[in-house]
Design a protein around this ligand. Sequence first.
Ligand SMILES: [Zn+2]
Length: 452
Amino acid sequence: MFRKILTQALFTCLLLINANSDAANIVTAARVWPAEEYTRIAFESTSPLKYQLIILKNPDRLVLDVEDVELSSVLQTLSDKILSSDPYIKQVRVAKYKPGVVRIAIDLKGEVKSNLFALAPAGDYKNRLVLDIYPLQDELMSMLDKRMSKPEQPSADTQKPVVEPLPPNTNLPDETVAETPTKPADATPAAPTVTTKPAENKPEVNKPLVNKEDERLITIAIDAGHGGEDPGARGANGSHEKDITLKIAKKLKEKIDAETNMRAILTRDGDYFIPLHGRVVKARNAKADLFVSIHADAFTNQSARGSSVFALSEKGATSASARYLAKKENESDLIGGVSLDDKDPVLARTLLDLSQAATINDSLKLGKAVLGNIGEINTLHTSRVEQAAFAVLKSPDIPSILVETVFISNPDEERKLNDEAYQDKLVSSILSGIKKYFATNPALAKSKIAKE
Ligand SMILES: [Zn+2]
């Protein structure tokens, strides 16, 4: 009973908060994350935004109407954030369309796929509205689509394609667009959702899969943790984990590519977000032999220091701190922003159903080899490979480890992380660990060669 009253009181409070914030929904930030893979625009607001997206052709553009907001400087300056080098967006024009409606017209460089979705508050973020703009032949999305084995679906309600060609709207507001009655999505011929076959295994590196001696190269997938909307942990002196992980990942790739029998692929090569399962899919698509996720997390205790290496666990974490860390890492999707449509239940289930025992065993061996080498250049936070349910380590057939290089929350270690010479040492020790793993597990490398 008491609980019921409490719930009701809480509900009334929420309603009041909502009623208050409805009166003045403020767009507090607008961020743009341009990348070859996809460009993301994220709007952050005090309350959920009311919106409508209109897809137009000839020329290609997207028109996003946002209701109950004022044309604030945050929105007005959005156009300044579009780089001329953006792969998909030519320019953005923002204007007050009618009282309480701001129209954002996005002129595109060509035909694109788009995905618009709202996100509830997560991490330090308030409500977000996210617009992702993908190339028509999008590698990651196609990979995910293939695995979903769902029938082609009509575009989401929020994306109502308007078929009538409209004159290029060089000026805003464009009355014609608004007067056009929006048809139900299913009554209109679908926008060009007829998807496009993925570019088959578009190589991310120049190095060919097979070298001169006709021997298969060992492929290492390197995953720079976080990225884009998900900054990861923040150091005492302001460094972002996502920047440091990318630097280290790129250095590691360079070192691996310099080896005669190895090549590396990066799950991301810039400051943009890739969902956790997207990272797994990329590694599998590249037929990676190993997966190494690079992190530099914060811990509640600032004095926490040292490196650690983690593997997946099928049955609970090996320690409370491993559980805490896995939980935090798995929040990456919430903070980075994954649309519900993109969540791939089929893939998730497939991964869970497969027994990963053998792979985990190899992951532990790999982890041990890497940990042993890192131990030569840094103190270890834990001397054994810890295990927990890290979503990014869930490749059923690729030995996968997550390396917590050092704690960014420790000011001393943060300084180390920003030091190029230290980064080089760290990368060399990870590579030595990988090589040691292959030296002691030749069967794996051999069977991979035989498969080719
Ligand atoms: Zn992390």
